[in-house]
Design a protein around this ligand. Structure first.
Ligand SMILES: [Zn+2]
Length: 581
């Protein structure tokens, strides 16, 4: 064991996924060491095993520091022992949290403000699982399977990782649960699925099991099975199908559909893709197909031309490395995503820009080029535009994406560099002094919500230091006032003149290690295309807050939002329509 870490046994994907000997495929994962209390109860995750349907509180499990008691347990014990279920959830959530913190180079908070999230492995007898920020927790249900035995959603790696990703994303951008353009809810779902799949793919045991082909001999794989289409159907589709094979009553087949769906240029304009899970499939499809292309590109550098079989180990290693790299890119991109109203185009720009900052050269495997191509297949271009000289889509110009063209335009005299890394007020001072240069809408209520210094390590050991700060803006007005706000701003058709409307805006300020602004990812209050699109969608779907405003304020009903969204995976119930503040 590496000092500072603890190794724990988890179910690699799902109890239905077996190894070559027909036993449940397990993985040994490494997570940060901490002195755990019973639960397990750690500094960020507290497993509270209360079953509200049975009204049973299970005995809290105390993880042994010396040995992992479940490493050699028979399959039956893993499936039926609540203590293992507690360990499984604790280990998967902690592994994911550590993954986010390593990628972002700083601590990551939960969205509800507290330090310890509660994870409830047997929360209720129902085919559902969700994250609730009101209740500060992750709740996993159980239900009878086809053979009559209970199916526990807490034993499906992808379900636990998907819900934990919602919680982590909520901590980084809590405005993303506010109803907005349909891309935003689609982003929450698609991103959670991408993180779940790539983090399972980062486990070499899983990749090995997917590629296992008895005809080729246990340790080998046919070279012809390693082309893009074959990898997509055996590995990616294979895993997508296993996702929720057991928990299929809970999981709709989002990932399977995402992997199988051929790209369509006009899907985002199609009303049938407005529902969040379906829309999220587009994002998953673009990123997961990128993963397959990069994996194939890595393999092409060494696969022999003259042999028909190769040893599986290096293939597995390349797959796991490609998944890890892409997962790191996706998490790092969050810091470059807009504060409010994210679109898939924004996310693509963020992916490209965050990666460029660490790796000026796109490297051997062309991750950024592959991502651009796969998003383009869905007609998604970087929000920052593609007319750049150096590399398409990454170096933002003035507009929604900004890099100050001349540092001399900005006034740094008013601020102290060290305070700028720590103080919300200092960042606000900088913002206010430079509001005209930065194009901040002056008449809106404006506040700085975070300042986060971070240190990131590139694959080549290169260290990048940045401070990421976010500010928000809101403006309340009557619908009749919209056209006077700026040229092009419209009142949605048939919206009453006196309807109350709230507009959101804000920005992310990325400072370099010398305290100079590198990027300003701006969501303008006075951006007509962004605001019109959002208001039209909210108006068309009758979405408003409890004060009757179109366009929610922050906060929101928190508690049940993800529960509702997940209960509606069959798509039969209207999405978000009855969210209330
Ligand atoms: Zn979800």
């Amino acid at each position: 064991m590496v000092p500072g870490n603890r190794q724990l046994t988890i179910i690699a994907q799902d109890p239905s996924v077996k190894d070559a000997n027909g036993k449940i495929l397990r993985a040994n994962v490494r997570i940060p060491y901490e002195a755990l209390g019973p639960g397990p109860r750690g500094y960020r995750v507290h497993v509270v095993d209360y079953d509200s349907s049975q009204r049973v509180l299970y005995h809290p499990w105390q993880i042994d520091d010396g040995t992992d008691l479940f490493a050699q347990s028979p399959d039956d014990k893993l499936c039926s022992d609540p203590a293992f279920h507690a360990q499984n959830v604790y280990a998967i959530v902690m592994r994911l949290l550590a993954r986010f913190e390593a990628a972002l180079g700083r601590r990551v908070s939960w969205g509800f403000g507290g330090h310890q999230i509660q994870a409830v492995p047997h929360a209720f007898a129902d085919a559902n699982a969700y994250y609730s920020d009101d209740a500060h927790g992750l709740f996993f249900g159980y239900f009878p399977g086809v053979d009559g035995k209970p199916v526990y959603t807490c034993l499906s790696h992808d379900v636990v990782a998907h819900e934990a990703t919602h919680a982590l994303l909520d901590g980084l951008r809590n405005t993303y649960t506010v109803p907005s353009h349909p891309d935003q809810a689609g982003f929450h779902e698609g991103f959670a699925d991408i993180v779940a799949l790539l983090s399972v793919f980062g486990l070499p045991d899983v990749v090995r099991a997917l590629l296992h082909n008895t005809r080729a001999g246990g340790e080998c794989v046919y070279v012809k099975d390693l082309e893009v289409d074959k990898l997509r159907s055996t590995a990616l589709l294979g895993l997508a199908e296993q996702f929720g094979r057991e928990a299929s009553r809970y999981r709709d087949d989002c990932l399977r559909r995402a992997v199988q769906r051929p790209p369509r240029k006009h899907a985002l304009q199609d009303a049938s893709f407005e529902e969040s899970h379906r829309r999220g499939e587009i994002l998953s499809a673009a990123v997961l197909n990128s993963f397959i292309h990069v994996w194939a590109a890595r393999l092409s550098t060494w696969l022999p031309k003259t042999e028909n079989k190769v040893r599986v180990e290096r293939v597995v290693e390349d797959g796991a490395d490609a998944a890890e790299h892409l997962l790191t890119m996706c998490i790092r991109a969050l810091d470059y995503c807009p504060v409010v109203d994210i679109t898939f185009a924004d996310f693509l720009s963020a992916l490209l820009t965050a990666d460029l900052e660490l790796l000026p050269d796109d490297g051997r495997y062309k991750y950024r080029q592959v991502l651009r191509e796969q998003f383009e297949a869905w007609n998604i271009s970087p929000a920052s535009g593609t007319q750049e000289k150096a590399e398409a889509g990454v170096v933002p110009e003035w507009g929604a994406w900004e890099r100050p063209t001349s540092a001399s335009l900005l006034n740094y005299e008013c601020v102290h560099r060290q305070s700028l890394e720590q103080s919300l007020d200092e960042v606000f001072r900088f913002l206010w002094e430079n509001r005209r240069t930065l194009g901040v809408y002056e008449d809106a209520y404006t506040w700085v919500i975070s300042v986060r210094p971070c240190v990131r390590l590139g694959p080549d050991g290169f260290v990048l230091r940045e401070t990421i700060s976010e500010y928000r803006q809101s403006l309340d007005l009557e619908a009749r006032q919209l056209p006077s706000l700026c040229k092009g701003m419209k009142k949605p058709d048939r919206m009453p003149n006196d309807a109350q409307v709230r507009l959101h805006g804000g920005g992310v300020l990325v400072f370099d290690e010398f305290g100079h602004l590198k990027y300003h990812v701006r969501s303008r209050i006075d951006n007509p295309s962004r605001q019109n699109g959002r208001l039209d969608y909210l108006w068309r779907n009758g979405i408003r807050d409890r004060l009757g405003r179109y366009g929610f304020s922050d906060g929101s009903p928190q508690g049940q939002r993800f529960a509702l969204m997940h209960a509606r995976r069959d798509g039969t119930v209207e999405e978000m329509g009855d969210w209330d503040e």
